[in-house]
Design a protein around this ligand. Structure first.
Ligand code: PEP
Ligand code: MG
Length: 889
């Protein structure tokens, strides 16, 4: 016979904390507390498998369950000296859900089960308190009527309010036994009238219907939504805990409360919690009465004049405090506890790892490692890397009121407030005037870089997580919400139209790049605090990890920021971004518009010193660290104007005819630019561009080495290679330039030439490409795009539907598709290293800053990940966690 029921109580339990999958979190911890000898009311846990059986068999309970539950009840009766359904000394039960993962408040609970018209009398006499018995009975009917029988909770609230009004009472505590009896009668009457059945009197029937209701609540809409949001599989099922009731509502020597062993919002090592005298658990949560502080210290700090538990019930308090310490040491984590004091006697009802803010998580982990409770590696592994965002950027004060007018993708974390502007020019103008703005665009293009720099935050109504706006904003550490499809930009009238509100240029909005929300007005913010704990944890992380962490950066500001966040070099410098600055864009355009190679070379001559000084500055900032510079990647038309207005403007600036410019724009037009004339294809068509860039790199390396005294070993990276011959052609040009610069300067320059792996063909032919490439950097933005055949700029329109419908679990542009794109990475890594065993492997797509993808990179044996500056700490932590997990396994 399968074992469906595990009992606990009286100092021993059949299960333990190890049995979480079977007993659910609550059941496993009740068993564990029992085994630890803590005061836990006896009970039994029906295993999660029974829930699965219930759903697999047309909502019927498994055979043998009833007998096992009855046997468990007999044990509880023996321990408590009370009998379920007895009219003298009735045993009352709580019936509570408890799944493997905590799902607070999502499923159903019934308390005081076993009361009926006869047992209520016995309970009252036995307790010597009829009022308590009738109060418990009405609570039971109210909860059972709602949760099990399905009568709207409001029906009971109305009756109670009506009775209180009639009797002239303000608080529940003022009702007498007789008055509660009246309420009970009215509750039962309402059930009969509304549901056409009587409130069940037989305790056994009450119990089985309650157990069924807890199982049924596993599939209620709230629980299903919660599981979807938290990736909890439906097959886990819930356990049901049936436990002897203890009463916090048995007069003024009784109480009930909840506590955390450390402060869950600050992490401070101080017991933190609340309780209510003469109350049951749901009263604390319901907020009907204001709870009191547990410790004197907290009471004084909060300025409360109502006594603390420490003062009011000193003995129960000191026992409770000792239990808190014991549990925290036992579980080696901050605990969230529920307790009840029945006539002075303390009972523990629950313990679990407490939820906490990012700040508290950091402090608690660092403190516990310092106290010797956990190792430094464990401290590192306990922090959710994504939560560092909350510590590195300003965040919206959680206490602030949010007036949400729309939402999009959380493209770049942090919150920002400013006036709406619709053009980059306006953003720059506002910055010059000292005003803060949010740049609102349908989408951004490289031409918006200056506006994006000037803005506090960026909001786009189109584009996904790897859209231009998202990538660039993350690079700059500027908060960004992208693809906010419910908002509409009316550029002509300079309006931002949201559902129900229309905002104008100059109106103030706030964006929350961590949640994707767009809010009206200015909202109070909390500033980041890179306190000592943060630094210490990162130090431990750095000691734990194997992979290096580099950054994707091209501006000196980004490079400096990244270095201050601990970047160990640049993994990707996208040189195209350097061409949009100031007057360079027009020189670039001149080059693109030139009739022949000679014309192009003339313009490139003008670009050379600009690139050289950019690179020299980057090399200086990163002195002693590797810097990977990528050859020009985007198609040339990205540098040309698009609208008629812009064409006219540019024609004037370059003193050429509009028609000539238009013709060139038309010739360069591509149907599918992402698969068009870009990447190494540009260097093959126009080698002079690659040569100018190579020269700028080498000359800058010589210059920077002279200045800093540290040799620069540039890593030159060729994008979008699919064929070894492509790489060979471009590498040949680079080498020729290197020889020339070495000859001219008389300085030897070490350098590497490598390639991005961003096409499936390159991954498959890695062993051949590695004959020429000295390093590979996985460009997983393009590799995802080309493996799936999904355009990275158009994906947001349908990927959200894919996620909603369960076609994919994650946006593959955010988290690596381990099975497909990941397989290509593994193949390329393995084949590449077969040819060249010291082949350096890195990743520079957006996935390089995504913790789950970083774990994959560790497993695949990559040497480094590269990500935007603000993600560097996240990547350092995630890389350490991956190494720690692997080291332990
Ligand atoms: C990539 O494709 O992953 C990459 C880093 O290059 P880009 O995003 O510039 O195409
Ligand atoms: Mg790419």
């Amino acid at each position: 016979m399968e074992k469906w029921v595990y009992t606990f109580g009286d100092g021993r339990a059949e299960g333990s904390a190890e049995d979480r999958n079977l007993l659910g979190g609550k059941g496993a911890n009740l068993a564990e507390m029992c085994n630890l000898g803590l005061p836990v009311p006896p009970g039994l846990t029906i295993v999660t498998d029974a829930c699965n059986h219930y759903y697999e068999n047309g909502r019927t309970l498994p055979e043998g369950l009833k007998d096992q539950v009855r046997a468990g009840l007999r044990r509880m009766e023996a321990i408590t000296g009370r009998v379920f359904g007895d009219t003298q000394k009735p045993l009352l039960l709580s019936v509570r859900s408890g799944s493997r993962a905590s799902m607070p408040g999502m499923m159903d609970t019934v308390l005081n089960l076993g009361l009926n018209d006869a047992t209520v009398e016995g309970l009252g006499q036995d307790a010597g308190d009829a009022r308590f018995a009738w109060d418990s009975y009405r609570r039971f009917i109210q909860m059972y009527g709602d949760v099990v029988m399905g009568l709207d909770h409001e029906v009971f609230v109305e009756i109670l309010e009506d009775e209180k009004g009639r009797l002239g009472h303000e608080h529940d505590t003022e009702l007498s036994a007789g008055e509660w009896q009246e309420v009970v009668a009215r509750y039962k009457e309402a059930i009969r009238e509304e549901l056409g059945e009587d409130f069940p009197q037989a305790p056994e029937i009450q119990l089985w219907r309650a157990i069924g209701a807890v199982f049924a609540s596993w599939m209620n809409a709230r629980a299903v939504t919660y599981r979807t949001l938290h990736n909890i599989p439906a097959v886990w099922g819930t356990a049901v805990n049936v436990q002897a009731m203890v009463f916090g509502n048995l007069g003024n020597s009784s109480a009930t409360g909840v506590a955390f062993t450390r402060n869950p919002s600050t992490g401070e090592n101080a017991l933190y919690g609340e309780f209510l005298v003469n109350a049951q658990g749901e009263d604390v949560v319901a907020g009907i009465r204001t709870p009191q502080n547990i410790t004197e210290e907290a009471r004084i700090a909060s300025g409360s004049d109502r006594p603390s538990l420490e003062k009011l019930m000193p003995e129960a308090f000191s026992e409770f405090r000792a239990i808190c310490d014991k549990l925290e040491r036992h579980y080696r984590d901050m605990q969230d506890l529920e307790f009840t004091i029945e006539r002075g006697k303390l009972w523990m009802l629950q313990t679990r790892a407490g939820k906490r803010t990012a700040k508290a998580a950091l402090k608690i982990s660092v403190d516990m490692a310092t106290e010797g409770l956990i190792s430094q590696g464990e401290a590192v592994s306990r922090i959710d890397p994504a939560s560092l965002d909350q510590l590195l950027h300003p965040t919206i004060d959680p206490r602030a009121r949010r007036d949400v007018i729309g939402s999009g993708l959380p493209a770049s974390p942090g919150a920002a407030t400013g006036e709406i502007v619709f053009t980059s020019e306006d953003a720059v103008k506002a910055q010059d005037e000292g005003r803060k703005v949010i740049l609102v665009r349908v989408e951004t293009s490289p031409e918006d870089i200056h506006g994006m720099h000037a803005a506090q935050g960026i909001l786009t109504t189109r584009g996904g997580m790897t859209s231009h706006a998202a990538v660039v904003a993350r690079g700059m550490g500027t908060p960004c919400v992208s693809g906010a499809g419910t908002l509409r930009v009316d550029l002509r009238n300079e309006l931002l139209v949201a559902h129900g509100v229309t905002l104008r240029k100059g109106d103030v909005i706030t964006i929350d790049g961590s949640s994707g929300q767009v809010l009206k007005g200015a909202i109070p913010m909390l500033q980041p605090e890179l306190s000592g704990d943060f630094g210490r944890l990162m130090e431990w992380a750095d000691r734990t990890r194997r992979m290096k962490v580099r950054t994707n950066a091209e501006t000196p500001a980004d490079a400096r920021a990244a270095r201050s966040f601990g970047a160990e070099g640049i993994g990707l410098c996208r040189t195209e971004h350097m061409f949009f600055e100031g007057s360079r864009i027009n020189v670039m355009r001149e080059m693109i518009l030139a009739e022949d190679e000679a014309g192009r070379r003339a313009s490139l001559e003008k670009l050379l010193p600009m690139q050289r000084s950019d690179f020299a500055e980057l090399f200086e900032i990163m002195h002693g660290l590797p810097v990977t510079i990528r050859m020009l990647d985007p198609p040339l038309h990205e540098f040309l104007p698009k609208s008629d207005e812009e064409i006219a403007e540019v024609a004037t600036a370059l003193s050429i005819e509009e028609a000539v410019l238009r013709r060139r724009v038309d010739t360069l037009h591509e149907f599918n630019p992402m698969l068009g004339h870009r990447g190494c294809r540009l260097a093959i068509s126009y080698p002079e561009i690659a040569e100018m860039q190579a020269r700028a790199i080498f000359e800058a390396a010589v210059e920077a080495a002279k200045k800093t005294g540290a040799a620069v070993v540039p890593e030159i990276m060729v994008p979008l290679v699919g064929l070894k011959a492509e790489l060979d052609y471009v590498k040949g040009r680079i080498e020729a330039v290197a020889r020339a610069v070495i000859a001219e300067s008389g300085v030897t320059i070490d350098y590497l030439v490598g390639t991005m792996i961003e096409l499936p063909r390159a991954a498959l032919r890695a062993h051949v490409i590695a004959e020429s490439a000295e390093f590979f950097s996985f460009g997983t933005n393009d590799l995802t795009q080309t493996t799936f055949g999904i355009s990275r700029d158009d994906a947001s329109a349908f990927l959200s539907t894919y996620i909603q419908k369960g076609i994919v679990e994650q946006d593959p542009f955010v988290q690596l598709d381990f099975d497909g794109v990941g397989e290509l990475i593994r193949i390329a890594a393995e084949r590449g290293r077969r040819t060249r065993n010291d082949l350096k492997l890195g990743i520079c797509g957006e996935h390089g800053g995504d913790p789950a993808s970083i774990h994959f990179c560790e497993d695949a044996g990559l040497d480094y990940v590269s990500c935007s500056p603000f993600r560097v700490p996240i990547a350092r932590l995630a890389a350490a966690q991956a190494a720690f997990t692997n080291g332990k396994a």
